[in-house]
Design a protein around this ligand. Structure first.
Ligand code: GAL
Length: 645
């Protein structure tokens, strides 16, 4: 058989698209395929991020197409078209923008067995990326190309169940500011009841033997090497814990939960209590998870039709008030703290939050004081309605960090001022509050998040539970590793595993099992804050497995505080590596493509000569030693997470 097969004649249900679904002979919106004003009679309309895999027999001759952004979006949208053959790149369009004329694709296919047509969002998100493969056809000589269906994956729990003997988990370093209430929980897995102890604690701190909670106050700055112990009927175990009294907290990335990716604008006090209760009663707490964070919608929403959001925004003195769904914040944080956990809250430097609720503009001092008085341990401060011009409208100038005096770049200064203002207010509170900047990465926030005292800063827009969103964000973190260090973390947004949904109706994450392993592995390598985004009352075994692997979490929580960087990339295969405190490397071998792929890590890139010990972290199993390189076959959108020494 031989002939020309138009792409539009294939079963396009297996073409992945970041939005809507691929259309034969039409644009993604169903219009005539048009690029740069030129109309094409045939082709396929798709949307970034997209991929389509075809099996060939090695005898096909050529793939041809005209690619570009469909004219239906005007000059908006930007995407890159990539043609891959057996995991190698044959064609890359460069960034194509709305309005531009099409680029011709003409690539030989001799010997090729797997053809992948990929559209990436080109670094600015998928909005308006209406991507056309116009006049796309395959000239074949042997058997006709066959579409590779999106495979069904079984949700296999790789994490072994923890053993009955005590095993200490969680971070090995903890920072606190002297004089403020100290709260750190020593955690362990193993049969209960468990008793905890600590030797060498600095003056002012004590440990509760039943819960492992270390509380009290540090009198002074300093560093203490404490030995913590956990004991049950089957034995006991000890481990060092470094306590650092100083100005910087969150010396390892926070581990916790946030309400946004599940409940969003529907959140209630009851949801928060449920999350705290499940975190404390399920195994999560034994693996170091501790923050329970309320996102937007605990405040009043001016002008809302929803009676539960109505009411006065502030009292007569200007103190922020809660909406009716949150009747008593102090009672709520008491409940959370009573479970040995920590509590988080959300606001905006602007007058309104992203959801249109009351923000902190002009009330920073009062709001910081309210959060501290209520007992919050975490603040996410979300840009949204903030406008730099409004600084001149302040009744009185806000106190802010003097570090700003040295900034001469006006644009940067404008972005820094609102965050420095709240930082100064938080500094005056007698409480350690993790400060999370959220402004989606504007002005390369990683470069200055540290200067305004952020403990973490969002580097991207919002995540959702699709491969294109999660992978698009995660793999775009390459290069930011130089900015991460203890107490200062890049934040690629919250986790989308389990039941998510942004409102009252939830659904199981749309990420496949392998994509979820990629998500947790990559976020652990990136030393990102890990904030679970799902309804904890709907946890299933697979999700619990993803969130309770201590060897994976150890990659995230490593004391050195390094963030992984991309050390090599070959087509769809990427290798990311993170240096660990014991001299070993945590290494992720990723496959961003749709067909299984051999991915190799060249050990010389890690300065490893001779035989290396290799451990599979998800399975918690040693593998055969390797020398020269480590090669694994990685499934579609999957990962192997290894520790190499
Ligand atoms: C967005 C933010 C989300 C969530 C939301 C609340 O700007 O990135 O994570 O907090 O606002 O309205």
């Amino acid at each position: 058989m031989a002939g020309e097969l138009p792409l539009s004649k294939l079963d396009l249900r297996s073409m992945e698209t970041g939005w809507s679904h691929a259309k034969a002979g039409k644009s993604i919106d169903g219009n005539a395929l048009t690029i740069g004003g030129k109309v094409y009679a045939d082709g396929v309309g798709s949307h970034a991020e997209s991929s389509f895999a075809l099996q060939l027999d090695g005898k096909a001759r050529e793939f041809t197409a005209a690619v570009g952004i469909d004219s239906e979006v005007g000059n908006k949208g930007s995407a890159e078209f990539v043609v891959m053959a057996d995991g190698r790149e044959l064609f890359r369009s460069g960034v194509m923008k709305g309005g531009q004329a099409a680029k011709e694709v003409k690539v030989p296919l001799g010997g090729v067995k797997l053809l992948e047509l990929v559209v990436t969002e080109a670094g600015d998100g998928i909005d308006f990326d209406h991507a056309d493969w116009a006049d796309a056809r395959i000239d074949f000589a042997g058997s006709a190309p066959v579409v590779m269906p999106i495979p069904k994956e079984e949700a296999v729990v790789l994490t072994p169940k923890p053993g009955p003997k005590p095993r200490l988990t969680g971070p090995r370093v903890f920072g606190a500011r002297p004089g403020n209430p100290f709260q750190h929980r020593v955690t362990a897995t193993g049969t209960k009841p468990m008793t905890f102890s600590a030797s060498g604690l600095p003056a002012g701190l004590k440990i509760d033997p039943k819960t492992g909670l270390i509380t009290g106050k540090l009198a002074d700055k300093g560093e203490w090497r404490v030995e913590v112990a956990a004991k049950n009927s089957l034995g006991s175990v000890t481990r060092p814990l470094r306590i650092v009294g100083g100005d910087t907290i969150s010396l390892t990335p926070p581990l916790g939960w946030n309400s946004w990716n599940c409940f969003a604008g529907a959140v209630t006090d009851g949801n928060i209590r449920d999350a705290a209760r499940v975190m404390a009663e399920s195994s999560l707490v034994d693996h170091g998870w501790c923050y329970v964070n309320i996102d937007d919608f605990w405040q009043v929403k001016p002008g809302s039709n929803d009676p539960t959001l109505q009411g006065p925004e502030r009292d007569a003195e200007g103190n922020i008030l809660t909406n009716k769904r949150f009747p008593d914040m102090k009672a709520l944080t008491d409940y959370i703290h009573g479970l040995g956990l920590k509590a988080g809250l959300y606001s905006s430097p602007g007058p309104l939050t992203c959801g249109g609720c009351s923000g902190s503009f002009g009330h920073e001092e009062q709001d910081a004081a309210s959060y501290a008085k209520w007992g919050f341990d975490y603040l996410k401060h979300d840009w949204c309605s903030y406008r730099p011009e409004s600084e001149k409208d302040r009744a009185k100038p806000a106190p802010r960090l003097s570090v700003l005096d040295s900034i001469t770049n006006d644009e940067k200064l404008k972005l820094m001022i609102p965050y420095a203002t709240m930082r100064a207010a938080l500094d005056r509170q007698p409480r350690d509050i993790h400060y999370s900047l959220c402004q989606y990465g504007m002005g390369n926030v990683s470069e200055w998040g540290d200067m305004v005292g952020g403990n973490s800063w969002r580097t991207t827009g919002d995540i959702n539970d699709s491969w294109s969103s999660m992978a698009g964000i995660g793999f775009k973190q390459a290069g930011l590793e130089k900015y991460a260090k203890p107490g200062r973390w890049n934040d690629p947004d919250m986790l989308v595993v389990g039941h998510v949904g942004w409102g009252p109706a939830l659904h199981p994450t749309k990420l496949t099992p392998n994509e979820q392993y990629t998500h947790i592995s990559l976020w652990s390598l990136l030393a990102s804050p890990l904030l679970i985004g799902c309804d904890l009352t709907k946890l299933d075994d697979f999700t619990v497995g993803l969130l309770t692997n201590d060897e994976v979490l150890e990659v995230n929580q490593d004391e050195l505080g390094k963030q992984a960087g991309r050390i090599s990339k070959d087509g769809n295969g990427e290798v990311w590596a993170k240096q660990m405190v014991d001299g070993s490397w945590a290494v992720g071998l990723f496959n961003r493509g749709t067909a299984p792929l051999q991915v190799s890590c060249d050990l010389s890139l890690l300065n490893i000569r001779g035989a290396a010990q290799v451990r599979d972290l998800w399975r918690q199993k040693n593998e055969a030693p390797a020398s020269g390189k480590i090669t694994r076959t990685i499934p579609r959108h999957g990962v192997a997470l290894l520790r190499v020494k």
